[in-house]
Design a protein around this ligand. Structure first.
Ligand SMILES: Cc1cc2nc3c(=O)[nH]c(=O)nc-3n(C[C@H](O)[C@H](O)[C@H](O)COP(=O)(O)OP(=O)(O)OC[C@H]3O[C@@H](n4cnc5c(N)ncnc54)[C@H](O)[C@@H]3O)c2cc1C
Ligand code: FES
Length: 400
């Protein structure tokens, strides 16, 4: 996974699968925790483009995966890691070169403000690559890649991988304003056609990516639409893709507290192949989900709720029942374990529900991507999902 357009990249590796496969052959599967050193940092519009030397991570990374960084320094009260999509990953190809990761970071609140003010030589603790990558079609189909704001950063190595596969690739990049567009200046090197939108018309077509998407899908005869960006944008992309008969593969940016599958704060309702909705962790079972499998009726308006029909959804409260000579027991208290320890129903391995089904009829996005080796130590398939985790914040923006 390399980015030839990245000035700091030092590798000459040519394809995502090649570097990942080589790493696997060396037994380097899974996730790494490393001290990542800033080797370059520069402003790009509203974002900070940061390049890190991250030993061992780039060779394992595939399009759509992310890393989680500590912020604030050793004595910081900012305890949670912050997650960022991998924009480019360049494994060292010769002695003397370094393993390079490029991230695109929006200074947002204290954590990202701290991170984006790191200087060359500063070191940050980094875990990755995390999550499941975008699946790559087996056939040479046409694909449209839609990015909103910094979400576009996740799409450039995907575009490279798709072109390596022989796919026709079109990019649609959108943002609220021109300075929040990411990668527009270099997009034509990664795609056969590029469409730009901004909410205020300061660059490209005035409007949202979903306004231009029907025409782009129709013109390109796309079978697969990939997207990364705010939830509201992803919902629009899923709808437009479905209306056009295309499969959508969406990378969500749900708030993640741990990023490695233990806290359950990132759960989303996803419909499985068996038609059952399960709450699944977007950090390990995602962040890429098929758009037609996400329960949009339960995600939206900045909130995510557990649908009543989801596996393990809390049951309605049972009225108090007099027992033992009139002593009333609060059945809800008695059933407390059931209410707070809702079984997720997730198997030990990756649930079918979120792994693109290569055999599904009418699914052009048949995947040839090896699923990343799951680190079972990071998984908590039987961990309780607290009642408090039934609502998580999601973005209400349409595009940044
Ligand atoms: C997979 C993924 C990829 C991303 N890629 C990028 C990227 O490429 N570039 C970029 O700029 N940003 C990206 N983000 C968003 C980025 O992680 C946030 O902007 C960043 O965490 C904000 O940190 P902060 O300290 O500035 O903000 P704050 O809002 O102060 O802190 C955010 C922290 O609080 C946690 N948090 C907030 N709400 C909740 C909640 N409801 N449940 C659990 N935890 C919560 C977050 O997980 C995070 O650790 C990505 C997020 C995800 C999940
Ligand atoms: S962020 Fe903790 S389980 Fe996903």
């Amino acid at each position: 996974m390399t980015d030839p357009g990245t000035s700091t990249s030092t590798s000459t590796s040519t394809s995502t699968s090649t570097s990942s496969d080589a790493a696997r052959e060396r037994g380097e599967s899974g996730v790494r925790q490393v001290e990542a050193r800033v080797v370059a940092t520069r402003r790009e519009g509203a974002y900070q483009y940061m390049t890190f030397a991250a030993p061992g991570v780039p060779a394992l990374a595939r399009p759509g995966q992310f890393v989680a960084l500590t912020v604030g320094g050793e004595t910081s009260s900012l305890l949670l890691r912050r997650s960022f999509s991998i924009h480019a990953a360049s494994p060292a190809s010769e002695e003397g070169e370094e393993d390079i990761l490029d991230l695109v970071i929006a200074p947002h609140a204290p954590g990202t403000q701290w991170l984006t003010t790191r200087e060359i030589g500063d070191v940050v603790d980094l875990v990755g690559p995390l999550g499941r990558p975008f699946p790559i079609p087996r056939e040479r189909v046409a694909c449209v890649l839609v990015g909103g704001g910094y979400g576009s950063a996740a799409l450039f190595t995907l575009a490279m991988a798709l072109r390596d596969r022989g796919c026709h690739v079109e990019l649609v990049l959108g943002a609220a304003t021109e300075d929040k567009l990411f990668g527009a200046y270099k997009a034509d090197r990664y795609a056969d056609a590029v469409t730009i939108t901004t909410d205020d018309g300061s660059a490209g077509t005035k409007g949202w990516v979903s306004d231009v998407l029907p025409e782009v899908i129709s013109r390109s005869q796309a079978s697969v639409v990939y997207a990364c960006g705010p939830m509201a944008m992803l919902e629009s992309v899923a709808r437009v893709a479905a209306e056009a008969g295309a499969v959508s593969q969406l990378a969500v940016e749900e708030a993640m507290a741990c990023g490695v599958g233990v806290c359950m704060t990132c759960v989303l309702p996803v419909v499985g192949n068996d038609g059952v909705t399960r709450m699944v962790r977007s950090c390990v079972e995602g962040p890429v989900f098929r758009g037609d499998r996400l329960r949009w009726d339960a995600i939206g308006g900045g909130r995510c709720v557990v649908p009543d029909d989801a596996l393990g959804a809390p049951t309605p409260a049972v009225p108090s029942t007099p027992v033992d000579g009139g002593v009333e027991l609060d059945r809800r208290a008695e059933d407390h374990d059931d209410l707070v320890s809702v079984p997720t129903g997730l198997p030990d391995g990756p649930p079918e529900s979120v792994v693109p089904d290569p055999h599904a009829a009418g699914t052009p996005a048949e995947t040839a991507v090896d699923e990343p080796a799951a680190d079972d130590g990071d998984r908590a398939p039987d961990a309780p999902r607290s009642a408090g985790a039934t609502q998580t914040a999601t973005s209400t923006e349409d595009q940044r």
